[in-house]
Write a protein that binds this ligand. Structure first.
Ligand SMILES: *Cc1c(COP(=O)(O)O)cnc(C)c1O
Length: 452
């Protein structure tokens, strides 16, 4: 594990924060430090039972280490442990949340909006679809078959019918299939996913917005994974670039700072283009706090208590790395994207593998199947390569995808059903420098599997 700079960074800031409360009479904490130390040693050993998510050779699932400034700011906020439900519970951290969320909204081209942080993308999507259901009671929600699995569950919770729309051979919502649903006249909301969880596919948002003009429905953009790619249009290919460019015309947007935004878990975000939807949250709670004049975040959120520390960490991160095109944060995203394109290029040059037949990845997630006479054989080989890589400390992921995505039409007789594929999410900036090493370990693992 690399040397961790956070404890050192934290020491000085802790002194400064303690000084802020220096006027209070001393109230020494009564703790047994040596007992805590023993438990922490045991905790550290327990935590060793993990994949090394922080390391560039971890290139499997969507796991990106929080930035040191985010971890330090989060830990600093723990001295206070603010609650962003209400300003009484988290005065400074509520202000910081308002500022940080405004920066995210600005990234999407919105200056007037309603929005706040949530404890996850799922909760943020729940709020988006809840408001959609309030505006169009009883109408259906439509999302692609590659949309996040929680949309169906959320719709069930909201007692709204959910329609699954098929995708094309690169995981994007099929517009003809969507229009067939719309013609029935009872779709209230379309969920457009900009960056699907499995392969980072980007739904055709401009065309979905064209359909909205004809069929009148709400567009909820689930950009939990992909939202920040809005900052690097020059690194994307045309359809994805246009989709991220059109995002400001959505009715609501979800983005997860705890996915690509360098934050610890517990940080999602929901944004609404029309601030007037705040009326749906109106509640009359006798026990919440009424001392501040401004709107409480708890008054525009389905959740009650929420970690103020999440807002503090996000604010500090965006202070260090503003969400500006061409800035350091944007360049970090572009480096991961570069690594993904390079891995995809190498896989295409190797007859043992079949990347997506339709072309390179749209974001920074690479998926490929192992070539083989049957889908069963390809799936078995994928499992073997996955395990052989892990034994060499290279951590990839496995994913079930339609067989037809990997074989150009007519080339393979087994084009129906799913096949287990290898998947690599190259979301760390360092993945670009580590790609050669990743390739060496991958090639070594494949050679081992081939010799068996
Ligand atoms: C991760 C993800 C979600 C769920 O977000 P959580 O923060 O894990 O609850 C929803 N949609 C998409 C596209 C995602 O990638």
């Amino acid at each position: 594990m690399p040397h961790d700079p956070v404890p050192g960074l934290l020491a000085h800031a802790t002194e400064l924060l303690e000084a802020e409360f220096g006027a209070l009479p001393a109230a020494p904490a009564n703790v047994d430090l040596s007992a805590i130390e023993r438990v922490l040693a045991e905790t550290a050993r327990r935590l060793g039972d993990n994949y090394p998510y922080f390391h560039p050779l971890y290139a499997g699932q969507m796991l990106k280490p929080p930035h040191p400034v985010a971890r330090a700011a989060y830990a600093l906020a723990m001295l206070i442990n603010p609650n962003n439900h209400a300003r009484d519970g988290g005065r400074a951290s509520s202000e910081m949340e308002v500022e940080a969320v405004a920066q995210i909204a600005r990234m999407f081209g919105w200056t007037e909006f309603l929005g706040h942080l949530t404890s996850s993308g799922t909760l943020a999507n729940l709020e988006g679809l809840w408001v959609a259901g309030q505006l169009a009671p009883g109408k259906r929600i439509a999302g692609s078959e590659q949309a996040h699995y929680t949309h169906r569950r959320i719709s069930a919770v909201l007692q709204l019918e959910y329609a699954e729309v098929v995708t094309d051979n690169r995981g994007r919502m099929d517009l003809n299939a969507l229009e067939a649903e719309l013609r029935r006249g009872d779709v209230g909301t379309v969920v457009a996913t900009l960056g699907t969880t499995a392969i980072g596919a980007v739904d055709p948002l401009p065309e979905i917005l064209d359909l909205r003009r004809r069929y009148a429905f709400r567009v909820h953009v689930d950009a939990a994974y992909g939202g920040y790619f809005r900052l690097i249009p020059e690194s994307l290919d045309a359809p994805a670039r246009d989709a991220f460019g059109a995002i400001s015309q959505a009715d609501s947007i979800v983005v997860d700072p705890h996915k690509h935004g360098l934050q610890p878990y517990g940080c999602g975000c929901i944004l609404f283009r029309d601030p007037a939807v705040g009326r749906f949250y109106k509640h009359n709670s006798p026990y919440t706090y009424f001392t501040s004049e401004q709107l409480h975040l708890g008054e525009i959120s389905l959740e009650c208590s929420r970690a103020g520390a999440s807002a503090v960490a996000l604010w500090a991160t965006q202070r260090l790395l503003p969400l500006t095109p061409g800035g350091e944060f944007a360049r970090g995203l572009a480096r991961g994207r570069q690594a993904a394109l390079e891995l995809d290029r190498r896989l295409r040059g190797d007859a043992r593998f079949r990347p997506l037949a339709a072309g390179p990845p749209e974001l920074d997630i690479v998926t490929w199947k192992v070539a083989g006479p049957t889908p069963e054989h390809s799936s078995e080989q994928a499992h073997s390569v996955f395990a052989a890589c892990a034994a060499r400390n290279l951590h990839l992921a496995l994913v079930q995808l339609p067989q037809s995505w990997f074989d150009p039409a007519g080339r393979d007789v087994n084009r129906t059903g799913n096949v287990t594929c290898l998947r690599s999410v190259l979301m760390k900036p360092e993945h670009s420098e580590w790609l050669d090493r990743i390739w060496i370990e991958f090639a070594g693992a494949c050679a081992e599997v081939g010799e068996r």
